[in-house]
Ligand binder design. Sequence first.
Ligand SMILES: [Zn+2]
Length: 332
Amino acid sequence: MNFAGEFPAYRPRRLRASAALRRLVSETQLTAAQLVLPLFVRPGRKIRRPIQAMPGVFQLSPDELLREATRAHELGVPAILLFGIPDAKDAKATGAYASKGIVQESVRLLKKELPDLLIITDVCLCEYMEHGHCGIVQQSKTGAKILNDPTLKLLARTAASHVAAGADIVAPSDMMDGRVRAIRAQLDADSFEETPIISYAAKFASAFYGPFREAAESTPQFGDRRSYQMDAGNAREALREVALDIQEGADIVMVKPALAYLDILHRVKTEFGYPTAAYAVSAEHAMIKAAAANGWIDERAVTLESLLAMRRAGADIIITYAAMDAARWLKG
Ligand SMILES: [Zn+2]
């Protein structure tokens, strides 16, 4: 504990007397430069399909994606996180690593038109698998199993195809063991040794992902993701997951979800001091939107306070569906 004075010599209210004074002693800053906007792209033209439970979020065709990304860029949001929704799914997630896949083509388009906007790509297989799981599935009499090691090859291939298309950063979200090492090795072998990896290092099996699955069309057709995503009660295991990803070559580590896991975020930042990202997930967004639509909360104030809390807990980077609104509000 830092030294603290005693009343009446110490009166904390002295430094809260005016807005200028409060700003002068503010410990935590939130700016648009720290925000990342997730976007969903699907094949087609002039498509802007709203996501029911995520007001303001759409599945976009590449032309609309470019418009949305341009808007974000103009508002000062430095990066987007791109998710792809392919036309066809199969058991090998072929669309995930196809050189003319929806993400690869969209990355080429975005980098050509908006070279300064950072493009982060989500690296996973669930949107491309007919069963909606993040890895290769083996069916047997006792049930379905998600195979770890054979999945790594496909993830590495997917990441390399994104970078070959021009992605600035890749973000593996699958939670297979050893995926960061596999991806790092593949990128290095393909002479992409300068490309950073953001790992979804501590990703919890969370009910807060509900609305996202509609957006990404990635709901598992059977079972759940508890054999690969983390149990909500495990904080020490989260630290081991982060340590593992850093050893394997992660440049930025992520905690997901954000608001219900601020303690994890804080421990990760304190323990490792690595660049740390928080993902404010779909239900966090949906809850604020729904309450605001009912007139129960002030959307702007609650959104900005939530993002500030993530920063205070240790997030250097915040991935949020409210990135454009927040950027606009922070401007004035
Ligand atoms: Zn996945």
